[in-house]
Structure formats: C-alpha cells, structure tokens
Design a protein around this ligand. Structure first.
Ligand code: FES
Length: 111
C-alpha cells in the first residue's frame, strides 16, 4: 500500500446502517456501513444545502439526508429520484476490517 491512503479506523467502529464522519484536510468525509456490511466513503456534505449526510438514514446503498430528505447514492454520490446534484465519492479500502481512504484522490478532487 502506498502512502496516499490514510487509515480511518476499523469497520467495527461503524454500526450497521450507520456512519462516521472523518475530518481530513480536504473536508469532512462520511464513511457508511450498509446493512450488508459494505462500506462507502463520500463527502459529508449534501449537494442540496450542505446537510451532514453522516447523520442521515442508511437504506440499501443510499442515505437520506437528515435535513430535507434528499436520497444520495453511496456508490455514485448522485442524488436519486427527481433531485439533481452529486457529492464526491472517495476511494475506500477494507483490509480485513481496517479501513483506508485515498487522500490523493481527495486532493485531486479539491483542486
Ligand atoms: S441539505 Fe440535504 S436535503 Fe437539503
């Protein structure tokens, strides 16, 4: 593994259908764990008005924003249904339960 991945803790720290917010130099990243135990990382900032997606409700591979109920895909970062907009997705690696996100991608996306 190269130096551009940053360790963000264990999958066990994230409840099923829950999320954690990770602060990085490139902003807050929400790391979600689905009911099936899959993990996804996206920007913790709703494309509507910046709501904290890490505090939303996870269902399937999507999260409902706690502010005005937009539904955001955890896979694509795109708003689903009639709403339009997207958040950045962040590459995430799961090494036997130890989670890493790709800081380099974050930097590139932030430029
Ligand atoms: S800020 Fe997320 S739905 Fe409005």
């Amino acid at each position: 593994m190269d130096g551009n991945w940053i360790a963000i803790g264990s999958i066990a720290d994230i409840p099923l259908r829950g999320a954690r917010c990770v602060k990085t130099p490139q902003g807050r990243i929400a790391v979600f764990r689905t009911a099936e135990g899959e993990v996804f990382a996206i920007e913790d900032r709703c494309p509507h008005r910046g709501g904290p997606l890490s505090q939303g409700i996870v269902h399937g591979r999507a999260v409902t924003c706690p502010l005005h109920n937009w539904v955001i895909s955890l896979e694509s970062g795109k708003a689903l249904g009639a709403d339009e907009g997207a958040v950045r997705t962040v590459a995430l690696r799961n090494e036997d339960g130890a989670l890493f996100i790709a800081l380099e991608n974050l930097m590139a996306a932030a430029e």
